[in-house]
Design a protein around this ligand. Sequence first.
Ligand SMILES: Nc1ncnc2c1ncn2[C@@H]1O[C@H](COP(=O)(O)OP(=O)(O)OP(=O)(O)O)[C@@H](O)[C@H]1O
Ligand SMILES: [Mg+2]
Length: 306
Amino acid sequence: MTAAIELIDVHKSFGHHQVLDGFSLRIDQGQTWGLLGPNGCGKSTVLNMLCHLISCDKGQVNLLGMPVHRLGLDVRAQIGFCPQRSALYPDLLPAENLLFFARLFGLTEKQSHQRVTELMHDFSLVDFSSTPVKHLSGGWQQRLHLAVALINRPTLLLLDEPTSAVDTEARLAIWNLIEKLRDEGTTILMTSHHLAEAERLCHQVALMRNGKLVAQGSVADLLARAPGQAVAKVQTEDVSTLTQCATMLGWPIRHHGGATKLFVPSHLNLREILDALDGVKITSISLHPVTLDDAYLELVNGEYVP
Ligand SMILES: Nc1ncnc2c1ncn2[C@@H]1O[C@H](COP(=O)(O)OP(=O)(O)OP(=O)(O)O)[C@@H](O)[C@H]1O
Ligand SMILES: [Mg+2]
C-alpha cells in the first residue's frame, strides 16, 4: 500500500542550527499517529514540511507517494492542516474566516455556506458569531482553527498541538471529534505533549529527540520498553547511599524534577524493597506501576539501553 505520509532521511537546518537530522517516518493510510518529543525537537518543522511551507535540505518528503513539491491541486485539496500558531484573520468573524478558507478550497458559494453552518454548529461557535477572532479566547481560537482545518473534509489531517490551549471540556470535545475522524478512516498525524492524549487517540506514536526518531510503536509498546514495570519513588537525604545500593541491586535509578525513582522488579512488595534498601535512610517511599511519563522520559532522555 502507498504510504499516506513518508519522510526518508530528512535533514533541515535553519542557519547553523540543525533541526532535523536524518528523520524518517512512514504512516499508512487510515492510521492515526502522535508525534511527541520535547520543545524544540522539530515536530512543527516536520508538519510544516509536510504542508510544503518549508522544504528540506536533504531527504524525501512524500504524501500519498508523491514528493510534496510536486503535489497536484487534487491531492492538496485532501489535506487539512491545523498549525501551532494561529493562521486566522483576527479582524474577521469566525464564520467569515471559515468562509474564506472554504472559497480558497474551491467550494461553491452554496457549498461554502452549508459547510460553514455545519462547522459553526459542530464546534459550538454559534454563540460567538458576532465576535471578531481577535476577541476570542485562546481556546476558542483553537477550536476555530480546527474547524478551518476540516473545511475541505480532508482525508489527511495534520494537527499541531490541537488541544494545547483549551479547557477540559473543549479538550474532550476535540478528542471526540478526532476519534470520529479517526474511526471514519482519516489519516491523522498530530503532535502533542500529552501521552495520555496520544494513548487515547492514536494507533501509533513516534517519539522525537534532537531531530531524530528515537522510538515508535503503540503506547503499550513504549510502556513495555521502560527498564522495569514497577517504580518506587523514594525520598532520602542520602542520595549517594541510595544510588550505591540501587546500583548493587541492578535497579535503574533516575532523578527527575527533584524526585528519585527506582525501577524495581515488579514481583517485590514494599516490605521486600525496604529490606533490599536496608542501610539507606529513607524519608518516604511509594510503589506504583510504570507510567507513560516514566516510559517517555526513558526514551527521550536516551537512558534506555535496548
Ligand atoms: N523558520 C525558522 N527559522 C529559524 N529557526 C526555526 C524556524 N522554525 C523552527 N526553528 C527552530 O527549529 C527548532 C525546532 O522547532 P519546532 O518548532 O519544529 O519544534 P517543536 O518540536 O515543534 O517544539 P514545540 O514543542 O515547542 O512546539 C527550534 O529550535 C526552533 O527555534
Ligand atoms: Mg511545535
